[in-house]
Ligand binder design. Sequence first.
Ligand code: R5P
Length: 286
Amino acid sequence: MFLVSPNFPEIAQPNIELKAFPDGDSYMRINDIDKCQGEDVVLFHRLYPKQNTAIFNTAQMLHTLKRVGSRVSLVAPYLPYARQDKTFLMGESLSAQVLCKLLADFGVSRLVTMDCHFIKKEGESDYGHLKIQNLSANRLLVERARSKVGLEQLEVISPDEGANYLVSEFGGKSMTKVRGDYDKDKGEEAYRSVQKVERAFDVKGKNILILDDMIATGGTMLKAAENVRAGGAKKVLCAATHGFFLNDSLAKLRKLSDGVFTTNSIPNEVAEVDIVPLLKKEAGIQ
Ligand code: R5P
């Protein structure tokens, strides 16, 4: 049985209703709940944007499915809170574990996601009591980059060591990134800005694809692109699996590079790579 959230219409006609009560409380209804009784269910639901509401909706879906004895695999290509897998200051929440435990406790038997920040490899992993299948969009993104620069040689690099698994199969090297303390002038926003991205290899005259798991504020990708430009690269492409493009980072990246693109795990203006066939294949949908 396949269930599709209204926030994932690219998969199929949604068969879940999501609305809000007048006070803002979330309303959720699985229209075909009778068909889910005791069944294996694959649930397609995006967890971004509006991640906190999307997570609560997931809990509503899972709780409803548990009541009829379904076994649930959740397909959510971007996993929010994945970057909070380590603490920086004492007393901070390990939110990645909180979310994974919540999903496992609510009955997710397997999460299918993509380029999950804390996993750093493709395939099966266990994290916070949750079984996770981490798919990678790296090959699709590299293929897209090659179509942009023709058959000329393309070097694939990552802006930090954490994203090395995305580039290693293409012989790619990684830069190193240094983040600072939490910015003091951000008010209630918790943000540690990128101080520098350094490179210990040559890029002069080369076509470079900088590949990362995500572009959020763009701080990482902008510093990496500046570095590679300053190093004399011929063409510079910037790509990531997940694109949020917060603030005006897309405009800045466009100015600095010869092309910026992501997958459609999070819908955005430059979501040029379609991951739906990959997700459908993983879920056994033809
Ligand atoms: C962090 O290590 C990730 O791999 C990304 O590099 C990072 O989360 C991107 O965030 P931002 O665009 O805000 O620098």
